[in-house]
Design a protein around this ligand. Structure first.
Ligand SMILES: *[C@@H]1O[C@H](CO)[C@@H](O)[C@H](O)[C@H]1NC(C)=O
Ligand SMILES: *[C@@H]1O[C@H](CO)[C@@H](O)[C@H](O)[C@H]1NC(C)=O
Ligand SMILES: *[C@@H]1O[C@H](CO)[C@@H](O)[C@H](O)[C@H]1NC(C)=O
Ligand SMILES: *[C@@H]1O[C@H](CO)[C@@H](O)[C@H](O)[C@H]1NC(C)=O
Length: 401
Protein backbone atom coordinates (compact mmCIF):
# COMPACT_ATOMS: atom_id res chain seq x y z
CA UNK A 1 0.00 0.00 0.00
CA UNK A 2 2.74 2.36 1.00
CA UNK A 3 4.71 1.42 -2.09
CA UNK A 4 1.70 1.92 -4.28
CA UNK A 5 1.13 5.39 -2.87
CA UNK A 6 4.75 6.26 -3.30
CA UNK A 7 4.65 5.07 -6.85
CA UNK A 8 1.57 7.15 -7.47
CA UNK A 9 3.36 10.10 -6.03
CA UNK A 10 6.42 9.51 -8.19
CA UNK A 11 4.33 9.10 -11.32
CA UNK A 12 2.37 12.20 -10.44
CA UNK A 13 5.52 14.15 -9.73
CA UNK A 14 7.22 13.20 -12.99
CA UNK A 15 4.07 13.95 -14.94
CA UNK A 16 3.51 17.23 -13.15
CA UNK A 17 7.09 18.29 -13.70
CA UNK A 18 7.26 17.47 -17.35
CA UNK A 19 3.85 18.74 -18.37
CA UNK A 20 3.20 21.58 -16.05
CA UNK A 21 6.18 23.09 -14.58
CA UNK A 22 9.04 23.03 -16.90
CA UNK A 23 7.35 26.18 -18.07
CA UNK A 24 9.61 29.06 -17.24
CA UNK A 25 7.60 31.70 -15.44
CA UNK A 26 7.16 34.99 -17.26
CA UNK A 27 7.29 38.53 -15.90
CA UNK A 28 5.90 41.37 -18.03
CA UNK A 29 7.73 44.71 -17.88
CA UNK A 30 5.80 47.58 -19.45
CA UNK A 31 6.99 50.70 -21.22
CA UNK A 32 6.08 54.37 -21.00
CA UNK A 33 2.33 54.63 -20.39
CA UNK A 34 2.06 50.85 -19.96
CA UNK A 35 0.68 50.57 -16.42
CA UNK A 36 -2.41 51.70 -14.57
CA UNK A 37 -2.14 54.61 -12.12
CA UNK A 38 -4.57 55.37 -9.30
CA UNK A 39 -5.01 58.74 -7.61
CA UNK A 40 -6.42 60.01 -4.34
CA UNK A 41 -7.00 63.71 -3.83
CA UNK A 42 -6.97 66.06 -0.89
CA UNK A 43 -6.26 69.39 -2.50
CA UNK A 44 -6.75 72.91 -1.22
CA UNK A 45 -7.17 74.36 -4.69
CA UNK A 46 -7.95 73.17 -8.21
CA UNK A 47 -7.56 74.62 -11.69
CA UNK A 48 -11.31 74.61 -12.33
CA UNK A 49 -14.42 74.50 -10.18
CA UNK A 50 -15.47 71.26 -11.89
CA UNK A 51 -12.36 69.47 -10.65
CA UNK A 52 -12.61 67.29 -7.55
CA UNK A 53 -10.67 68.60 -4.56
CA UNK A 54 -11.12 65.59 -2.34
CA UNK A 55 -11.82 61.95 -3.08
CA UNK A 56 -12.59 59.36 -0.44
CA UNK A 57 -10.65 56.66 -2.15
CA UNK A 58 -8.25 55.94 -4.97
CA UNK A 59 -9.63 56.13 -8.50
CA UNK A 60 -8.19 55.12 -11.86
CA UNK A 61 -6.45 58.08 -13.48
CA UNK A 62 -4.45 56.23 -16.16
CA UNK A 63 -5.69 55.08 -18.54
CA UNK A 64 -9.09 56.67 -18.16
CA UNK A 65 -10.53 58.13 -21.35
CA UNK A 66 -13.41 59.64 -19.39
CA UNK A 67 -10.97 62.05 -17.79
CA UNK A 68 -9.50 63.15 -21.11
CA UNK A 69 -12.53 65.17 -22.20
CA UNK A 70 -12.59 68.99 -22.38
CA UNK A 71 -12.26 70.81 -19.03
CA UNK A 72 -11.93 67.56 -17.07
CA UNK A 73 -8.62 67.06 -18.85
CA UNK A 74 -7.33 70.20 -17.10
CA UNK A 75 -8.03 68.53 -13.73
CA UNK A 76 -6.36 65.39 -15.03
CA UNK A 77 -3.20 67.24 -16.02
CA UNK A 78 -3.03 68.98 -12.66
CA UNK A 79 -3.34 65.61 -10.90
CA UNK A 80 -0.91 63.62 -13.02
CA UNK A 81 1.85 66.14 -13.72
CA UNK A 82 5.09 66.01 -11.82
CA UNK A 83 6.82 68.96 -10.20
CA UNK A 84 10.57 69.08 -10.64
CA UNK A 85 12.89 70.39 -7.95
CA UNK A 86 16.23 71.36 -9.43
CA UNK A 87 17.89 71.29 -6.00
CA UNK A 88 17.02 67.73 -5.01
CA UNK A 89 16.90 66.84 -8.74
CA UNK A 90 13.79 64.76 -8.17
CA UNK A 91 10.12 65.09 -8.95
CA UNK A 92 7.06 64.96 -6.75
CA UNK A 93 3.33 64.81 -7.30
CA UNK A 94 1.30 67.99 -7.15
CA UNK A 95 0.22 69.17 -3.69
CA UNK A 96 -2.60 67.09 -2.26
CA UNK A 97 -2.25 64.31 -4.83
CA UNK A 98 -1.36 60.72 -3.86
CA UNK A 99 -0.69 58.32 -6.68
CA UNK A 100 -0.07 54.59 -6.65
CA UNK A 101 0.67 51.92 -9.23
CA UNK A 102 -1.73 49.02 -8.57
CA UNK A 103 -1.14 45.35 -9.24
CA UNK A 104 2.56 44.77 -8.78
CA UNK A 105 3.21 41.04 -9.21
CA UNK A 106 -0.12 40.43 -10.94
CA UNK A 107 -0.82 40.47 -14.64
CA UNK A 108 -4.09 42.38 -14.78
CA UNK A 109 -2.84 45.99 -14.70
CA UNK A 110 -0.29 45.48 -17.46
CA UNK A 111 -2.72 43.47 -19.59
CA UNK A 112 -5.27 46.27 -19.45
CA UNK A 113 -4.36 49.91 -18.94
CA UNK A 114 -8.01 50.79 -18.52
CA UNK A 115 -9.68 48.70 -15.78
CA UNK A 116 -12.93 48.75 -17.74
CA UNK A 117 -11.13 46.60 -20.36
CA UNK A 118 -11.90 49.11 -23.11
CA UNK A 119 -10.19 47.92 -26.27
CA UNK A 120 -8.09 51.09 -26.43
CA UNK A 121 -6.45 50.08 -23.16
CA UNK A 122 -5.44 46.56 -24.21
CA UNK A 123 -1.72 46.18 -23.57
CA UNK A 124 -0.08 42.82 -22.74
CA UNK A 125 -3.46 41.06 -22.96
CA UNK A 126 -2.90 39.19 -26.24
CA UNK A 127 0.45 37.87 -25.00
CA UNK A 128 -1.07 36.92 -21.65
CA UNK A 129 -3.92 35.04 -23.35
CA UNK A 130 -1.39 33.20 -25.48
CA UNK A 131 0.70 32.23 -22.45
CA UNK A 132 -2.38 31.01 -20.59
CA UNK A 133 -3.28 28.86 -23.60
CA UNK A 134 0.18 27.34 -23.32
CA UNK A 135 -0.37 26.37 -19.69
CA UNK A 136 0.59 29.50 -17.83
CA UNK A 137 -1.42 30.69 -14.88
CA UNK A 138 -2.03 34.37 -14.20
CA UNK A 139 -0.46 35.69 -10.98
CA UNK A 140 1.49 32.43 -10.55
CA UNK A 141 3.65 31.74 -13.59
CA UNK A 142 2.58 34.90 -15.39
CA UNK A 143 3.20 38.10 -13.51
CA UNK A 144 3.49 41.81 -14.12
CA UNK A 145 5.96 44.37 -12.88
CA UNK A 146 4.38 47.80 -13.41
CA UNK A 147 6.13 50.95 -12.24
CA UNK A 148 5.68 54.71 -12.30
CA UNK A 149 6.57 55.15 -15.95
CA UNK A 150 6.63 58.93 -15.57
CA UNK A 151 9.95 58.52 -13.83
CA UNK A 152 13.38 57.52 -15.11
CA UNK A 153 15.77 54.98 -13.50
CA UNK A 154 17.15 57.60 -11.08
CA UNK A 155 13.77 57.75 -9.35
CA UNK A 156 12.95 54.06 -9.69
CA UNK A 157 15.58 52.42 -7.46
CA UNK A 158 12.86 51.05 -5.21
CA UNK A 159 11.24 49.48 -8.25
CA UNK A 160 14.46 47.73 -9.17
CA UNK A 161 14.63 46.31 -5.63
CA UNK A 162 11.01 45.16 -5.77
CA UNK A 163 11.56 43.58 -9.17
CA UNK A 164 14.50 41.59 -7.83
CA UNK A 165 12.36 40.21 -5.01
CA UNK A 166 9.52 39.46 -7.44
CA UNK A 167 11.85 37.47 -9.70
CA UNK A 168 13.33 35.51 -6.78
CA UNK A 169 9.86 34.72 -5.38
CA UNK A 170 8.55 33.68 -8.78
CA UNK A 171 11.53 31.40 -9.25
CA UNK A 172 11.09 29.82 -5.79
CA UNK A 173 7.35 29.33 -6.23
CA UNK A 174 7.74 27.62 -9.60
CA UNK A 175 10.09 24.71 -8.93
CA UNK A 176 13.13 26.97 -9.24
CA UNK A 177 12.63 27.58 -12.91
CA UNK A 178 14.44 30.68 -14.17
CA UNK A 179 12.26 33.53 -15.34
CA UNK A 180 11.64 34.93 -18.82
CA UNK A 181 11.31 38.72 -18.81
CA UNK A 182 9.13 40.18 -21.57
CA UNK A 183 9.58 43.92 -21.86
CA UNK A 184 8.00 46.50 -24.14
CA UNK A 185 9.46 49.83 -25.32
CA UNK A 186 11.03 51.71 -22.37
CA UNK A 187 10.67 48.43 -20.46
CA UNK A 188 13.68 47.29 -22.55
CA UNK A 189 16.13 49.88 -21.25
CA UNK A 190 14.56 49.64 -17.78
CA UNK A 191 15.24 45.87 -17.82
CA UNK A 192 18.80 46.56 -18.89
CA UNK A 193 19.23 48.96 -15.97
CA UNK A 194 17.83 46.32 -13.67
CA UNK A 195 20.01 43.50 -15.00
CA UNK A 196 23.14 45.61 -14.87
CA UNK A 197 22.51 46.09 -11.16
CA UNK A 198 22.75 42.30 -10.56
CA UNK A 199 25.75 39.99 -10.44
CA UNK A 200 26.36 37.50 -13.26
CA UNK A 201 25.85 34.69 -10.76
CA UNK A 202 22.39 36.04 -9.88
CA UNK A 203 21.43 36.40 -13.55
CA UNK A 204 22.62 32.87 -14.39
CA UNK A 205 20.47 31.50 -11.62
CA UNK A 206 17.26 33.49 -12.00
CA UNK A 207 16.97 34.67 -15.61
CA UNK A 208 16.17 32.39 -18.53
CA UNK A 209 16.05 35.14 -21.15
CA UNK A 210 15.01 38.71 -21.86
CA UNK A 211 12.49 39.21 -24.66
CA UNK A 212 12.19 42.81 -25.78
CA UNK A 213 9.44 44.14 -28.01
CA UNK A 214 10.06 47.57 -29.61
CA UNK A 215 12.89 48.23 -27.16
CA UNK A 216 13.69 51.95 -27.16
CA UNK A 217 17.39 51.29 -26.57
CA UNK A 218 18.68 54.60 -27.81
CA UNK A 219 15.65 56.82 -27.20
CA UNK A 220 13.72 58.43 -30.00
CA UNK A 221 13.29 61.72 -31.87
CA UNK A 222 9.63 61.36 -30.92
CA UNK A 223 10.63 62.65 -27.46
CA UNK A 224 11.82 65.91 -29.05
CA UNK A 225 8.51 66.11 -30.87
CA UNK A 226 6.64 65.70 -27.57
CA UNK A 227 8.64 68.51 -25.96
CA UNK A 228 7.94 70.72 -28.97
CA UNK A 229 4.27 70.05 -29.67
CA UNK A 230 3.03 67.16 -27.50
CA UNK A 231 1.43 63.90 -28.51
CA UNK A 232 -2.20 62.93 -28.92
CA UNK A 233 -1.57 59.19 -28.34
CA UNK A 234 -2.96 58.58 -31.80
CA UNK A 235 -6.44 59.62 -30.69
CA UNK A 236 -8.46 62.08 -32.74
CA UNK A 237 -10.25 63.40 -29.69
CA UNK A 238 -7.13 64.49 -27.83
CA UNK A 239 -5.16 67.66 -28.47
CA UNK A 240 -1.39 67.39 -28.62
CA UNK A 241 -0.84 70.80 -27.07
CA UNK A 242 -3.03 69.91 -24.08
CA UNK A 243 -1.48 66.48 -23.52
CA UNK A 244 1.95 68.11 -23.72
CA UNK A 245 1.35 70.03 -20.47
CA UNK A 246 1.43 66.74 -18.58
CA UNK A 247 3.80 64.79 -20.83
CA UNK A 248 6.79 67.15 -20.58
CA UNK A 249 6.82 66.94 -16.77
CA UNK A 250 7.91 63.28 -16.86
CA UNK A 251 11.66 62.65 -16.41
CA UNK A 252 11.14 59.44 -18.42
CA UNK A 253 10.62 61.65 -21.48
CA UNK A 254 14.10 63.09 -20.98
CA UNK A 255 15.43 59.55 -20.53
CA UNK A 256 13.89 58.73 -23.94
CA UNK A 257 15.58 61.59 -25.80
CA UNK A 258 17.88 60.51 -28.65
CA UNK A 259 20.92 58.90 -27.06
CA UNK A 260 24.43 60.16 -27.80
CA UNK A 261 25.34 56.52 -28.44
CA UNK A 262 23.13 56.48 -31.54
CA UNK A 263 22.90 60.11 -32.71
CA UNK A 264 25.91 62.14 -33.74
CA UNK A 265 26.24 65.32 -31.77
CA UNK A 266 25.76 67.57 -34.81
CA UNK A 267 22.91 65.69 -36.48
CA UNK A 268 20.07 68.13 -37.00
CA UNK A 269 16.99 67.13 -34.98
CA UNK A 270 15.11 70.41 -35.21
CA UNK A 271 15.55 72.71 -38.19
CA UNK A 272 14.55 76.37 -38.37
CA UNK A 273 15.88 79.10 -40.62
CA UNK A 274 17.41 80.94 -37.65
CA UNK A 275 19.02 78.05 -35.85
CA UNK A 276 19.30 74.29 -36.00
CA UNK A 277 19.21 72.09 -32.92
CA UNK A 278 21.15 68.87 -32.41
CA UNK A 279 22.39 67.03 -29.33
CA UNK A 280 25.30 69.48 -29.14
CA UNK A 281 23.02 72.46 -28.42
CA UNK A 282 19.99 70.70 -26.95
CA UNK A 283 20.21 72.96 -23.91
CA UNK A 284 19.35 75.93 -26.17
CA UNK A 285 16.35 74.02 -27.49
CA UNK A 286 14.96 73.61 -23.98
CA UNK A 287 15.56 77.27 -23.17
CA UNK A 288 14.05 78.38 -26.49
CA UNK A 289 10.87 76.39 -25.82
CA UNK A 290 10.90 77.92 -22.30
CA UNK A 291 11.25 74.59 -20.54
CA UNK A 292 14.64 74.65 -18.80
CA UNK A 293 13.53 71.94 -16.36
CA UNK A 294 13.59 69.57 -19.37
CA UNK A 295 17.28 70.25 -19.74
CA UNK A 296 17.87 69.56 -16.04
CA UNK A 297 16.04 66.22 -16.36
CA UNK A 298 18.11 65.43 -19.43
CA UNK A 299 21.27 65.97 -17.39
CA UNK A 300 19.90 63.74 -14.60
CA UNK A 301 19.08 60.85 -16.93
CA UNK A 302 21.80 60.84 -19.57
CA UNK A 303 24.09 58.64 -17.47
CA UNK A 304 21.46 55.90 -17.73
CA UNK A 305 21.41 56.20 -21.52
CA UNK A 306 25.18 55.93 -21.62
CA UNK A 307 25.23 52.95 -19.25
CA UNK A 308 24.81 50.41 -22.01
CA UNK A 309 26.74 47.36 -20.86
CA UNK A 310 25.41 44.07 -22.31
CA UNK A 311 22.75 42.59 -20.02
CA UNK A 312 24.54 39.24 -19.59
CA UNK A 313 21.46 37.16 -20.37
CA UNK A 314 20.06 35.63 -23.56
CA UNK A 315 18.22 38.37 -25.47
CA UNK A 316 15.42 38.08 -28.01
CA UNK A 317 15.16 41.53 -29.53
CA UNK A 318 11.99 41.92 -31.62
CA UNK A 319 11.11 45.18 -33.31
CA UNK A 320 9.11 46.65 -36.16
CA UNK A 321 10.61 48.39 -39.18
CA UNK A 322 9.49 50.31 -42.26
CA UNK A 323 6.88 52.36 -40.48
CA UNK A 324 7.18 56.15 -40.89
CA UNK A 325 8.86 57.53 -37.79
CA UNK A 326 9.73 61.12 -37.03
CA UNK A 327 13.39 61.81 -37.65
CA UNK A 328 13.51 65.61 -37.68
CA UNK A 329 11.25 68.56 -36.98
CA UNK A 330 11.27 71.10 -39.79
CA UNK A 331 9.94 74.61 -39.18
CA UNK A 332 9.23 76.47 -42.43
CA UNK A 333 11.28 79.60 -43.10
CA UNK A 334 9.79 82.52 -41.23
CA UNK A 335 8.40 80.32 -38.46
CA UNK A 336 9.87 79.52 -35.07
CA UNK A 337 9.44 76.95 -32.30
CA UNK A 338 6.01 78.33 -31.36
CA UNK A 339 4.75 77.33 -34.80
CA UNK A 340 3.87 73.87 -36.03
CA UNK A 341 6.64 71.87 -37.70
CA UNK A 342 6.58 69.45 -40.57
CA UNK A 343 7.60 66.05 -39.30
CA UNK A 344 10.32 64.63 -41.53
CA UNK A 345 9.93 60.87 -41.49
CA UNK A 346 12.44 58.03 -41.54
CA UNK A 347 12.57 54.30 -40.80
CA UNK A 348 11.35 52.88 -37.50
CA UNK A 349 8.23 51.46 -35.85
CA UNK A 350 6.23 54.70 -35.92
CA UNK A 351 7.46 55.74 -32.48
CA UNK A 352 11.08 54.66 -32.14
CA UNK A 353 13.72 55.17 -34.85
CA UNK A 354 15.29 52.08 -36.39
CA UNK A 355 18.80 52.77 -35.10
CA UNK A 356 17.44 52.80 -31.55
CA UNK A 357 15.38 49.62 -32.03
CA UNK A 358 18.51 47.92 -33.37
CA UNK A 359 20.48 49.10 -30.35
CA UNK A 360 20.54 45.57 -28.93
CA UNK A 361 22.79 44.51 -31.83
CA UNK A 362 25.63 46.43 -30.20
CA UNK A 363 25.96 43.62 -27.65
CA UNK A 364 26.73 40.94 -30.22
CA UNK A 365 30.24 39.67 -29.49
CA UNK A 366 30.19 41.52 -26.18
CA UNK A 367 28.61 38.71 -24.16
CA UNK A 368 28.64 34.92 -24.37
CA UNK A 369 24.84 34.61 -24.20
CA UNK A 370 23.05 34.78 -27.56
CA UNK A 371 21.45 37.92 -28.93
CA UNK A 372 18.66 37.10 -31.38
CA UNK A 373 17.43 40.02 -33.41
CA UNK A 374 14.07 39.78 -35.16
CA UNK A 375 13.10 42.72 -37.39
CA UNK A 376 9.44 42.67 -38.42
CA UNK A 377 8.46 44.69 -41.48
CA UNK A 378 5.45 47.00 -41.06
CA UNK A 379 4.83 46.13 -37.43
CA UNK A 380 4.31 49.28 -35.40
CA UNK A 381 5.28 50.16 -31.85
CA UNK A 382 2.10 48.94 -30.15
CA UNK A 383 0.97 46.53 -32.85
CA UNK A 384 3.92 44.32 -31.93
CA UNK A 385 2.05 43.32 -28.75
CA UNK A 386 -0.57 41.42 -30.74
CA UNK A 387 1.28 40.66 -33.97
CA UNK A 388 0.77 37.02 -34.99
CA UNK A 389 4.45 36.44 -35.83
CA UNK A 390 5.42 37.80 -32.44
CA UNK A 391 2.89 35.56 -30.69
CA UNK A 392 4.25 32.59 -32.67
CA UNK A 393 7.81 33.50 -31.70
CA UNK A 394 6.90 33.72 -28.02
CA UNK A 395 4.98 30.46 -28.27
CA UNK A 396 8.00 28.67 -29.78
CA UNK A 397 10.26 30.17 -27.15
CA UNK A 398 8.03 29.14 -24.26
CA UNK A 399 7.59 25.63 -25.62
CA UNK A 400 11.31 25.06 -26.19
CA UNK A 401 12.65 23.38 -23.07
C1 LIG B 1 -6.49 66.61 3.98
O1 LIG B 1 -5.38 67.43 4.23
C2 LIG B 1 -5.52 68.22 5.41
C3 LIG B 1 -4.31 69.10 5.53
O2 LIG B 1 -4.14 69.85 4.36
C4 LIG B 1 -5.64 67.29 6.60
O3 LIG B 1 -5.86 68.05 7.77
C5 LIG B 1 -6.79 66.33 6.39
O4 LIG B 1 -6.83 65.40 7.45
C6 LIG B 1 -6.66 65.62 5.09
N1 LIG B 1 -7.82 64.79 4.84
C7 LIG B 1 -7.75 63.51 4.48
C8 LIG B 1 -9.05 62.82 4.22
O5 LIG B 1 -6.68 62.94 4.32
C1 LIG C 1 15.76 76.12 -10.56
O1 LIG C 1 14.46 76.32 -10.09
C2 LIG C 1 14.20 77.66 -9.68
C3 LIG C 1 12.83 77.69 -9.04
O2 LIG C 1 11.88 77.09 -9.86
C4 LIG C 1 14.34 78.58 -10.88
O3 LIG C 1 14.12 79.92 -10.50
C5 LIG C 1 15.74 78.44 -11.48
O4 LIG C 1 15.83 79.21 -12.67
C6 LIG C 1 16.02 76.98 -11.79
N1 LIG C 1 17.40 76.82 -12.24
C7 LIG C 1 17.70 76.17 -13.37
C8 LIG C 1 19.16 76.05 -13.67
O5 LIG C 1 16.86 75.70 -14.10
C1 LIG D 1 -4.84 37.69 -9.76
O1 LIG D 1 -4.85 38.38 -8.52
C2 LIG D 1 -5.83 39.40 -8.42
C3 LIG D 1 -5.65 40.12 -7.09
O2 LIG D 1 -5.53 39.22 -6.05
C4 LIG D 1 -7.22 38.83 -8.58
O3 LIG D 1 -8.17 39.86 -8.58
C5 LIG D 1 -7.29 38.08 -9.91
O4 LIG D 1 -8.56 37.46 -10.01
C6 LIG D 1 -6.19 37.05 -9.99
N1 LIG D 1 -6.24 36.40 -11.28
C7 LIG D 1 -6.35 35.08 -11.39
C8 LIG D 1 -6.47 34.56 -12.77
O5 LIG D 1 -6.33 34.35 -10.43
C1 LIG E 1 20.27 73.68 -40.77
O1 LIG E 1 20.49 72.38 -41.29
C2 LIG E 1 20.18 72.31 -42.68
C3 LIG E 1 20.23 70.85 -43.07
O2 LIG E 1 21.36 70.23 -42.57
C4 LIG E 1 21.17 73.19 -43.44
O3 LIG E 1 20.94 73.11 -44.83
C5 LIG E 1 21.01 74.62 -42.96
O4 LIG E 1 21.98 75.45 -43.58
C6 LIG E 1 21.14 74.72 -41.44
N1 LIG E 1 20.72 76.04 -41.02
C7 LIG E 1 21.37 76.75 -40.11
C8 LIG E 1 20.77 78.06 -39.73
O5 LIG E 1 22.42 76.36 -39.63
Amino acid sequence: MLLKNNLKFIVYFVFFQSICCYLNPVILIPGDGGAQIEAKLNKTSTVHYLCDKITNDYFNIWLNMELLVPVIIDCWIDNLKLIYDNQTRTTRNNDGVSLRIPGFGLSETVEWLDPSHAATGSYFNAIANLLVSLGHERNITLRGAPYDFRKAPNENEEYFNDLKILIEDTYQNNLQQPVILIAHSMGGPMSLQFLNRQTQEWKDKYIKSLVTLSGAWGGSVKAIKVYAIGDDLGSFVLRESTMRLQQITSPSLAYLLPSPLYWKSDEVLVQTDRKNFSLSNLKEFFYDISYPAGWEMKKDTEIYQLDFKPPGVEVHCLYGTQVDTVERLYYKPGTWLDGYPTLVMGNGDGTVNLRSLEGCLLWRNMQSQNIYSVPLAKVDHLGILSDKNVLQYISDLVNAV
